[in-house]
Design a protein. Structure first.
Length: 341
């Protein structure tokens, strides 16, 4: 049995086989719906369910309560159970892109270096061996663990002008498959990288920029900062970087060096659990520091970090005056980073 999926506003339809997700059906018919992780973790493949019904196994933090109220679903996690209609407006997709199909690809890379930044954060550099990978600051890739069918999702930390390199900031877990690979792999090991994916990017506007990072979530914001500095950004940029203790902060000197290339740049490291008496920075939760910083905001906001940080920040930002459409974020969890391909 198959079900018809009608796509608005393009007046086109395709068939989904029983048990097939909307995304799988579209890609099988050489049509594009923008996607990233393919398992409900990133929110890139949002579409609006206009008519019909779908099965959505499990739930995803990638959908907000507002999304659900507006019948937004994830194409990668929605299986039609009857003929249905979707609107791809939330997917930010042009008709040309839709009919052109999936342009992401697999890149061959070799492991160049693994550098510990803290006890549980590492910077990983992969050198691309089969051509440059054009990408937009803020996007991410799926990295296959050699010798397995598992991939992990990581945001790119390098500047888009460095399109022959993949730089990642990775959280290390004691029992993590990718963490074990990094601990054991030798330089020169071949690693497959898929992408780039995602719609997180700096949007053109006159508004100042507020960035909020937690843990390894600094990566896409670091890429954005590097790109803004390279382009001579004249908008005010403020970065809040949350960590548990001073030992969990990393790349602080590099951030300040990049910020020196931006006309108006402010950097606020925030410690949530422990700090010395002479700690000169902010303390408490990142959201508390932002509330103390400015009670009213009219910014474009970019965030990346654990879901609890995102969940706490969004209502604070909206209450402070930020428009919902000017809040952009990626949130990843360890579970959301495991998928077989």
């Amino acid at each position: 049995m198959s079900y018809k999926v009608t796509v608005s506003p393009f007046s086109h339809s395709f068939e989904c086989e029983e048990g097939e997700t909307i995304l799988e059906g579209a890609l099988r018919h050489s049509l594009l719906l923008k996607y990233g992780c393919k398992h409900g973790g990133c929110g890139t493949c949002k579409v609006k369910l206009v008519d019909g019904d779908v099965d959505e196994p499990g739930s995803s933090f990638a959908l907000t309560s507002t999304d659900r109220a507006e019948e937004i679903v994830l194409a990668c996690a929605s299986v039609p159970v009857e003929d249905c209609e979707i609107d791809v407006e939330p997917n930010n997709l042009t008709e040309e892109e839709f009919f052109s199909g999936d342009k992401s690809r697999c890149y061959s890379t070799v492991l160049a270096s693994v550098d510990l930044l803290t006890t549980d954060i590492a910077r990983v550099r992969l050198d691309i061996t089969d051509g440059p990978m054009p990408f937009v600051a803020g996007q991410f890739v799926n990295v296959e663990i050699p010798g397995t069918a598992l991939v992990r999702t990581f945001s790119l930390a390098n500047c888009p002008s460095q399109d022959g390199v993949v730089e990642l900031i990775c959280k290390l877990y004691p029992d993590g498959a990718f963490s074990r690979f990094l601990a054991e792999a030798a330089p020169g090991t071949v690693v497959k990288v898929f992408g780039p994916y995602g719609q997180l990017k700096v949007h053109l506007s006159h508004r100042p920029i507020l960035m909020i990072a937690g843990g390894s979530g600094l990566a896409p914001l670091l890429s954005m900062l590097r790109d803004l500095a390279a382009k001579g950004c004249d908008r005010p940029v403020s970065l809040f970087f949350g960590a548990r203790s001073e030992a969990d902060l990393y790349l602080v000197a590099e951030i300040r060096e990049i910020g020196a290339g931006i006309a108006e740049f402010e950097f606020y490291p925030v410690l949530s659990q422990s700090w010395t008496q002479d700690w000169p920075g902010e303390t408490g939760m990142v959201t508390d520091a932002i509330r103390r910083w400015r009670p009213e905001l009219a910014h474009d906001v970019y965030m990346c970090g654990p879901p609890p940080m995102i969940d706490a920040a969004v209502p604070l930002l909206l209450d402070a005056g930020v428009r919902p459409r000017n809040v952009y974020f990626d949130a990843f969890t360890p579970a959301a980073q495991t998928v077989a391909i």
